[in-house]
Design a protein around this ligand. Structure first.
Ligand code: DON
Length: 312
């Protein structure tokens, strides 16, 4: 049954206040020092329906950086730049069941190709496949694409978050050097990481993320103009990865409890969508032990139960 958007709009403020309590059980990410300043108890949501209706509640206006949500966007851009064959020569299609920055399987499974584009190793390889003359040019192209999908030119790089990650990314550097050693990464390590850290540091609000979700929910077409922003085939690939790998090693549980494509980031953002209907942007900086927004996941669970969203 299609979502009753008016009913949803009415129930939303109460649902957000109910779920905010879960934030106390989570922790704000601190391994990127600049992220530690995020408001622990914040929770906000924006939903955009393809009819043009929008619903918001809670702290939906606070800015946050995309972090791993950007991996979906660079995957789409790399597919558009290079095509499916070139991308999947370098990165696999399978979930890992490991944490997002794990190195384990890179050495266990030959030839060291990352399992999928949504773990850090895979996303770093995908960043190397973005077209552009320089690392900065590639990063600018990712930002342009985010703005196009968000339908707004206000998303920009948060330079403090970028520098904070760049200065402390020992693990991502080791992953990238490992990929280079295995010849999975053709480009140089530092310029590739520059693109990766910059894409993670793109600052948005829930409204932008909800608009990106809406484009994916609508098979790559902007419902307000009818323009195809992303080929349907690539949107299908991205949504499949969101279902199988989008919430990292909690993706199986999320599929059972919520049952819609979603992608989280360590700043506490979640990009989600109800296929054919609507896009969702959530911010809730306190993370659970799997690195997903604790209150945000609870909110999606309640919404999915109450509006029968599961695809399964
Ligand atoms: O690579 C990192 O560690 C971050 N810039 C992004 C990781 C992330 O968002 C994982 N998400 N849950």
């Amino acid at each position: 049954m299609p979502t009753d958007f008016n009913e949803l709009t009415q129930r939303l403020p109460h649902l957000v206040e109910t779920c905010r309590a879960y934030a106390t059980q989570g922790r704000v990410a601190t391994y990127i020092p600049e992220l530690a300043h995020a408001p622990q108890l914040a929770l906000g949501i924006t939903l955009r329906h393809k009819s043009g209706l929008t619903a918001t509640a809670g702290d939906c206006g606070i800015p946050f950086t995309l972090q791993s949500i950007s991996k979906v966007i660079t995957l789409l851009l790399a597919l558009m730049d290079r095509g499916e064959q070139a991308v999947f020569e370098k990165v696999g299609m399978e979930p890992t069941g490991d944490v997002f920055n794990s190195m384990l399987k890179l050495e266990l499974v030959q030839p060291g190709k990352p399992f999928n584009p949504l773990i850090n190793a895979g996303a770093i390889v995908v960043s190397s496949l973005i077209d552009g003359d320089t690392a900065e040019h590639k990063a600018e192209r990712v930002l342009r694409f985010v703005r196009d999908l968000a339908g707004d030119d206000s998303p920009s790089f948060n330079e403090s978050v970028f520098r904070s990650e760049e200065a402390t990314a020992y693990r991502n550097r080791s992953l990238a050097y490992f990929l280079k050693d295995n010849k999975v990464l053709d480009q140089d390590v530092e310029p590739t990481l520059h693109v990766y850290f910059k894409q993670c540091a793109i600052e948005v609000t829930c409204a932008h993320v909800a608009r990106i979700g809406l484009i994916l929910a609508n098979d790559g077409v902007d419902p307000s103009t009818g323009r195809q922003l992303v080929p349907k085939r690539y949107v299908r690939i991205a949504k499949s990865f969101m279902v199988t790998c989008g919430m990292y090693n909690a993706s199986g549980e999320f599929a059972i409890q919520v049952g819609i494509p979603a992608k989280s980031g360590v700043a506490g953002g979640i990009l989600a969508l109800v296929p054919g209907e609507l896009g969702i942007g959530i911010i809730g900086p306190a993370l659970n032990d799997k690195g997903n927004s604790t209150a945000g996941v609870h909110l999606l669970r309640l919404l999915s139960e109450q509006f029968d969203w599961s695809m399964f």
